[in-house]
Design a protein around this ligand. Structure first.
Ligand SMILES: Nc1nc2c(ncn2[C@@H]2O[C@H](COP(=O)(O)OP(=O)(O)OP(=O)(O)O)[C@@H](O)[C@H]2O)c(=O)[nH]1
Length: 791
């Protein structure tokens, strides 16, 4: 009481305020006089009556609301329809229980991109706890109704395949300083098999950009590429840098918030299969059995949340990487990471921010049905046991072998002929990817001492990107690096430099040799566009300058040869060239360049769609009876399709319609012949066209124009009528006709009205009828199901 009193003394202004308010209440201000006439009053009246303002404006100024441009109108309409239809989707039955299992978030990305760092930061953001090692799935409570399970996807194709099946959300990490790597695309391809989960891109290493302009451009470039690969408008997050080994708190918070409120669409594969993401595993086999027989059958208990459908007892399951097994028994366990009890508070309190990561050794104590496990950190146990190494050299070498035979086979390369290119297993994959417009480029990263598989997109994109990065005048070193990455020629040069300095590991030199060999053996295939051709020429020049030490004098010589027209000159020049080739063995690839180019062109002609065939309908192939078939060693036949098929180029162009000019349609003969086809002429016995036509007229000659209401009668009927009418009273007839017309008109109107009604019910109201019907049906089914389960 005393406290409140002192308050009133301390703040007299408050008292003043109350007094003023009192005054206001006493002296009521005079109101504005309301208008009862004039345009304003009328407008208000109309508003009260309910006439919409929009309609009114449309009436007042019809020109402003008229269609200005039909094209723009059509565009706007199409756009609106597109947006509308995009929202439509076939409703899927959501079978998630009332308390859903944690959302599986898979963090994917190439090595050292920051996957573990991101998971650690997100866990810290949600639970305020620090997790050292990210090992296995980590489950956390992120909100009142949502739990999240984070799992890191290692850079292994099997892990990617397994996780793509169970992922609800994929956080796709991309090293922005390097660009897209093959791992990202591999994962995206895998995802397509079982249905695309939600995918969110996260750009890391953005702090390595010194220039804001380059940063902005790179972000834009990566975003658009990401959109192309995933879908237009796919979410992309930017992690702009690190503070004390962690991403910036606000950015992580935003990302976490986004994950918390995200809606997931149930995938068909996931909702039709029961699956468990195992987060804990115990081997229950008797240790004695294992000691006596290390290969004995084991009893293992696996723990995890069941997702998808129901799992039956004794059902068969598949454990990825191990095989198919039968379940011994399935038990319900208390939730190790339960959702908080329903409370009115919005935020979670500290106790509710649970973290469950048994594989990462969180918690220390683990309670089981029949046991309690105490987790000791590794440094608690003194390992006195020293490794006893076998003394035999053979056994030691066997132990030291780290790579398996499969891995070694994968690295091995094969060359069929001495002069042919070396094949390695990745070539097959590469070819298929190259067809998709994605190429792989191995780049040695000296910072992390690792070879990275950079994705190089189709030429057009690259050129765009390249020109884009060139635009900035104030580009810094990072910018230059980017450009270098993009340009293959510069890349080769850069590699050359690196070899000179000897900064590259021996494997790199091998690769360089491979590139050289490829350049030597590769036939100069005709490029699709001129630009490509130019580029390949440029590359050749670069190659010449870089490797064979091709001087400018030689180039000059080449030019002079081009000018000289005599055959002798050519001959001597070719001799010279051959000498040079002997000197520089590497120049052998120039041998018969024109011939090779012609061959490559013909070869390519066969692969690309035959334009001639498209234009002329069919390609006439000259039969070459004297087909020469070269034989290699009496076993193989060299098939040279360009030799056997000679395409006749002077065929008739069927894409044009050439009117038949051989007939003169104005001649009476021609007209009669046409008439014979339809009106006159005797086609068959007893089928005179003229008689048939008359019969037709009698049968179908009468018709009624619904629009105008005029009844057309057949000529024959009309003639008959005319004969009869002459005898009858004309006036009477007219009267009857008028009455008839009236009746007909009414009938027509009624018919029209009914048709319009039918149309309206079908189209006007039924904007999303099918969609709504489906939804309604599913809702009903869900209710019925729920009722049956409850009862
Ligand atoms: N400068 C910078 N460094 C980063 C960024 N993100 C991650 N790093 C660093 O990159 C290194 C690798 O980070 P990790 O989180 O271990 O990467 P990872 O993808 O889990 O690596 P692996 O599990 O080995 O594949 C760490 O030293 C991080 O500090 C970033 O945005 N900027």
């Amino acid at each position: 009481m005393s406290h409140s009193q002192s308050m009133s003394f301390l703040i007299p202004s408050c008292l003043y305020f109350t007094v003023n308010r009192m005054d206001e209440k006493v002296r009521k201000q005079k109101k504005h006089q309301q208008k009862h006439s004039g345009p304003k009053a009328e407008r208000k009246k109309q508003k009260k009556l309910g006439a919409s303002e929009e309609e009114d404006e449309r009436k007042r100024n019809p020109k402003a609301f008229a269609v200005q441009s039909a094209v723009r109108m059509a565009k706007t309409f199409h756009r609106a329809q597109d947006i509308k239809t995009k929202k439509h989707h076939i409703p899927v039955v959501d079978r998630t229980p009332l308390e859903p299992p944690p959302v599986v978030i898979v963090v994917v990305g190439p090595p050292k991109v920051g996957k573990s760092t991101l998971i650690r930061c997100l866990i810290k953001n949600f639970t305020r706890q620090k997790l050292g090692d990210i090992c296995g799935p980590v489950t956390i409570v992120s909100g009142k109704k949502r739990r999240l399970t984070f799992i890191e996807c290692t850079n292994d194709i099997n892990t990617m395949i397994d996780l793509a099946k169970v992922a609800d959300l994929v956080l796709m990490l991309i090293d922005a300083s390097f660009g897209f790597e093959m791992e990202t695309f591999e994962f995206l391809n895998i995802c397509q098999v079982h249905g695309f989960p939600r995918i969110m891109g996260v750009l890391t290493h953005l702090d390595s950009f010194k220039n804001n302009n380059t940063l902005r451009k790179t972000k834009k470039k990566l975003k658009h590429r990401f959109w192309t690969e995933v879908y237009q408008g796919a979410k992309l997050f930017y992690l702009s840098g690190m503070v004390y080994g962690e991403y910036q708190t606000q950015e992580v918070k935003n990302l976490g918030r986004f994950i918390c409120v995200m809606k997931f669409r149930p995938l068909v594969w996931q909702s039709s299969h029961p699956y468990v993401l195992v987060d804990r595993m115990e081997d229950l086999t008797d240790p004695e059995n294992i000691r006596t027989n290390p290969k004995c059958d084991r009893t293992v208990s696996l723990y995890g949340y069941l997702r998808g459908a129901h799992l039956k007892n004794k059902s068969h399951i598949h454990i990825p990487g191990i095989g198919d097994f039968q379940v011994g028994s399935v038990n319900f366990l208390p939730d190790p990471c339960p959702l908080p009890d329903a409370q009115k508070k919005r935020a979670l309190n500290e106790k509710e921010r649970l973290l469950y990561a048994p594989m990462a050794g969180v918690g220390g104590l683990v309670y089981d049905k029949d046991a309690v496990y105490i987790d000791f950190p590794a440094n608690h146990v003194n390992q006195h046991q020293e490794e006893v190494r076998p003394t035999t050299e053979l056994v030691q070498s066997l132990i030291d072998t780290h790579a398996t035979l499969d891995a070694k086979m994968a690295v091995s390369k094969v060359s069929l002929f001495s002069s042919s290119a070396i094949l390695d297993p990745t070539d097959v994959n590469k070819q298929s990817r190259e067809q998709e417009g994605i190429k792989e480029k191995h780049v040695w990263d000296p910072n992390i001492k690792r070879e990275r598989r950079k994705v190089v997109f189709s030429k057009e994109d690259e050129e765009d990107d390249f020109s884009g990065s060139c635009d900035s005048e104030d580009s810094d070193q990072a910018d230059e690096e980017d450009e270098n990455d993009d340009d293959l020629g510069t890349y080769l040069r850069a590699e050359c430099k690196e070899t000179a300095t000897g900064d590259v590991p021996p494997k790199k030199i091998q690769k360089l040799e491979k590139v050289q060999r490829e350049v030597i053996t590769e036939e100069p295939a005709f490029a699709d566009s001129e630009d490509e051709l130019e580029n390949s020429e440029e590359d050749d020049e670069i190659w010449e300058a870089g490797y064979s030490g091709h001087s400018s004098e030689e180039e000059l010589e080449k030019e002079s040869v081009g000018e000289g027209s005599t055959a002798e000159k050519m001959k001597t020049q070719s001799e010279k060239e051959s000498e040079e080739k002997e000197e520089h063995g590497a120049l052998r690839w120039k041998d018969g360049l024109q011939q090779k180019a012609a061959e490559a062109f013909l070869r390519q002609q066969e692969t690309v769609p035959n334009l001639r065939k498209l234009v002329y309908g069919s390609v006439v192939e000259a039969e070459n009876s004297e087909e020469e078939e070269e034989e290699l060693g009496g076993l193989f036949k060299v098939s040279l399709p360009q030799k056997s098929k000679k395409v006749q180029a002077n065929a008739l162009d069927c894409s044009h319609f050439t009117p038949d000019t051989s007939h003169n349609w104005d001649l009476e003969e021609m007209l009669n012949s046409i008439r014979d086809c339809f009106v006159t002429g005797k086609w068959e016995k007893g089928q005179d066209a003229a008689i048939l036509l008359k019969q037709d007229e009698k049968l179908y000659g009468d018709f009624e124009d619904l629009e105008t209401g005029i009844v057309h009668t057949s000529q024959a009927a009309e003639q008959d009528e005319a004969e009869n009418d002459e005898e009858n009273n004309e006036l009477k007839d007219v009267q009857v006709k008028m009455d008839d017309e009236e009746v007909q008109k009414n009938k027509r109107l009624e018919k029209k009205r009914r048709l319009k009604e039918q149309f309206d019910t079908e189209y006007d109201d039924g904007d999303a009828t099918y969609f709504d019907d489906l939804k309604e049906e599913m809702q009903k089914q869900a209710e019925v199901d729920y009722f049956t389960i409850c009862s």
